[in-house]
Write a protein that binds this ligand. Structure first.
Ligand code: ADP
Ligand code: MG
Length: 701
């Protein structure tokens, strides 16, 4: 078949009602009005809504669209949509296509079926979605999708986008004040920029359907290690298999149509694991785009007979998947506030912004940790493949030395950059970076941005960025207070750097975050080590955290408490589903398979003996002994887990209690059950085993 060449610039954004589409479709004054709203955050003139709605619909109809939906991001972590067609009856049994400003601005989904953490009783079902004009509408599945925020009838927020948008405004306010106080009077807008790198697994769809754990839990709950894992390190950056390459090519095209800047793709460390990185953008769009990227990965995989696994730990024994949230701050005048430039030691704007982030992260370690906490991610953090659960910052030697010089009031002597010597004269020469990379740090400064690496692959980036924006806004605001009053600005800046480094340097760590020594040292430094979701999430309602969020108008106290509840409840529910799935697989699949094999072994031995009474059947006998002993153990473990599940109801009253019960009792029992089952897998004949193994899933693509 001949490959069709594609025109990427033409394809790019073709399914987005972006600036170009608006310009083409809207009357000039309406376009200007809308643009003010998008770029400067001014509220929208309601009279333009009808005009915009009509133009959007016309644009969508030309592309064969029949429906529209308010697209929103409830607390489930995924997106939600309810489709309505544009049809409107006219006399004579006919219809016309219509879309009003009212329908664009406001939707009324039933809120009672979305998580609310006690904010809303089920009888108070009304919820609203409200158009967010700062994120472009787009077309997906023949439907015009309007990005919206979601709240309850009484105004409590029920989604992940509203707090994010609020945090963007707060950060803008404080950062502009900070810049102005530093003498950058032309700065009137500061926006966080974000580029999330996304990891995922691809497995054969038909095989994945044969496993209930992949179906219900998104991860394997059983599975013995195959003879080969990732130890040869031959998958990372390896040549991409044709089936995967075809998937990636189609995925790129679909993402480009949606205006998503899909840029980098490569194989990751584990077999069957891959990564996609976009070019960074504003945090609002990046968040929407990351949600769409995850959804599109699943959709496109299906078309290629594949399943895309976004779970944080689909397979034991090989790396799990994460998401790296690259974050920086940029001004309307084109300054990246975290760009060190040629002489970082003299770049006071950079250094002060840097230490503001250091202070913010130190003060609110718990919030960053909570922003990535879920049952799936608990398998990664601290498992020597992802950063540990302890938050720290990597700055590298050069920056750490500079900050130390400021702390001690000394003058810093820059390290000379050296040329890279390859020992081959035809190769072009280049200068080495002054600092090496570090792959083990949860939050690494990487050149001109911070890379937060603790996020799980499946989660929305909204929470992490809401926290990042809010805590940095808080730190910059406090600095602005001091700078605005300073008589000698330069002196005050240096003093601020000095004080901040002194107070917060415990959070800076440039060594190996995977080592045992770090865990001990971190404890000595007084850093938090919140190992699991059940340990971490209760910190959300600490006074200092509620004070931070309410001070900046991100959440009300009730909203913070409800989020704590939702997150803990979700943790328990995930473990509940996993445990039930394990019991189902053990009782209805593994035990029958083991019995089948035992029966064949004993029948073989019996029939051999019948022919030749002196025959040596010690092989069958030993195998029967080994297997039946484990089979009995397996049964015991299912009985124990069953009992725990029956007792789980007793803990449902208190969400925190319940989460701890699942973590300490249920999870432990699940692990014990798994150990025995995985041993049995290595003993029972291949044809008898009831579902595809790790070898099948990881290597047969
Ligand atoms: P690595 O694998 O080394 O971390 P990648 O190139 O895969 O690097 O990813 C780096 C990510 O950081 C990309 O998504 C990139 O767009 C993003 N990025 C670069 N500069 C900025 C910035 N100023 N703000 C936010 N993200 C950025
Ligand atoms: Mg990275």
């Amino acid at each position: 078949m001949e490959e069709k060449t594609i025109n990427v610039p033409e394809l790019f954004g073709s399914m987005v009602f972006n600036d170009a589409a608006m310009k083409a479709k809207l009357p000039k004054d309406v376009y200007k009005n809308l643009k003010h709203t998008i770029e400067e955050g001014q509220s929208l003139d309601p009279t333009v809504a009808d005009v915009v709605a009509n133009a959007m619909m016309d644009w969508a109809l030309e592309k064969g669209v029949t429906h529209f939906t308010h697209w929103f991001q409830p607390m489930t972590g995924i997106t939600a949509e309810k489709h309505d067609s544009f049809i409107n009856p006219v006399g004579g049994g006919g219809v016309i296509m219509e879309f009003s400003g009212k329908e664009l601005i406001k939707g009324e989904p039933d809120a009672s079926s979305f998580p609310s953490g006690g904010l809303r009783a089920t009888f108070e079902a009304r919820g609203y979605t409200a158009w967010d004009p700062t994120s472009y509408a787009f077309i997906k599945d023949n439907t015009l999708c309007i990005p919206t925020v979601f709240c309850s009838y009484s105004g409590e927020i029920l989604d992940k986008k509203t707090p994010l948008l609020r945090s963007v405004e707060v950060l803008n306010k404080e950062a502009v004040r900070f810049m102005n106080a530093l003498g950058y009077h032309d700065v009137n807008q500061v926006s966080p920029t974000v580029g999330p790198e996304q990891e995922y697994f691809l497995v054969d769809r038909a095989l994945s359907y044969q496993r209930k754990d992949l179906l219900f839990a998104g991860r394997t709950l059983f599975g013995a290690k195959p003879p080969k894992g990732q130890e040869l390190e031959d998958h990372y950056f390896g040549a991409i298999k044709p089936r995967v390459a075809a998937f990636m090519a189609e995925l790129n095209q679909e993402l480009w149509k949606l205006g998503i800047l899909a840029k980098t793709e490569h194989n990751e460390a584990a077999p069957a694991q891959h990564e996609l990185a976009p070019i960074f953008g504003t945090v609002n769009l990046s968040t929407d785009h990351n949600q769409l990227t995850m959804e599109m990965m699943k959709t496109v995989a299906r078309k290629h007979g594949l399943s895309c696994l976004l779970h944080e730990k689909p397979f034991a024994g090989v790396n799990g998947s994460g998401k790296h949230n690259n974050w920086s701050l940029s001004t309307n005048t084109g300054i990246n506030m975290l760009k060190p430039g040629k002489a970082p030691a003299d770049n006071l704007l950079f250094l002060l912004t840097l230490v503001a982030v250091v202070a913010a992260v130190d003060d609110y370690q718990d919030l960053l940790r909570i922003s990535v906490a879920n049952a799936g991610n608990d398998h990664r953090l601290g498992a020597n493949e992802a950063p540990p659960a302890i938050i720290s910052i990597f700055l590298g030697d050069e920056l750490t030395d500079i900050l130390e010089a400021y702390e001690n009031g000394e003058v810093y002597t820059p390290v000379k950059a050296t040329a890279m010597e390859m020992g081959v004269s035809v190769l072009p020469s280049f200068m080495k970076d002054t600092t090496d990379r570090n792959r083990t740090s949860p939050l690494a400064f990487t050149g001109n941005k911070f890379e937060f690496r603790m996020l799980g692959s499946s989660s929305s980036i909204a929470e992490t960025n809401t926290v990042m924006n809010t805590i940095v806004a808080d730190a910059l605001g406090k600095m602005a207070d001091r700078l605005e009053k300073a008589e000698d600005l330069e002196k005050e800046i240096k003093l601020l750097i000095q004080e901040t480094v002194k107070e917060h340097k415990r959070i800076i760590f440039n060594g190996n975050n995977y080592s045992e020594e770090w865990v001990e040292e971190a404890a000595q430094r007084g850093l938090l080590n919140l190992r699991t979701t059940a340990d971490a999430v209760p910190y959300l309602v600490e006074n200092k955290n509620i004070a931070l969020f309410t001070r900046h108008g991100i959440y009300s106290e009730e909203e913070v408490r409800s989020r704590c509840e939702i997150q803990l409840e979700n943790y328990s529910k995930v473990l509940h589903i996993e445990a039930l799935t394990m019991l189902d697989m053990a009782k209805r699949e593994i035990i029958p398979a083991v019995n089948h094999y035992l029966k064949d072994l004993s029948q073989t031995a019996a029939s051999v003996k019948a022919v030749l009474p002196t025959a040596d059947c010690s092989m069958e006998e030993s195998l029967i002994a080994e297997i039946s002993q484990r089979a009995a153990a397996l049964y015991q473990k299912t009985v124990a887990l069953d009992k725990l599940m029956n007792e789980s109801k007793k803990h449902e009253e208190n969400v925190q209690d319940c989460a701890i019960y699942y973590k300490e009792q249920v999870f432990t029992a699940m692990e014990e059950l798994r150990v025995v089952a995985d041993e049995l897998e290595t003993l029972v004949g291949q044809e008898y085993w009831p579902f595809p193994t790790y070898s099948d899933l990881l290597f047969k693509i």
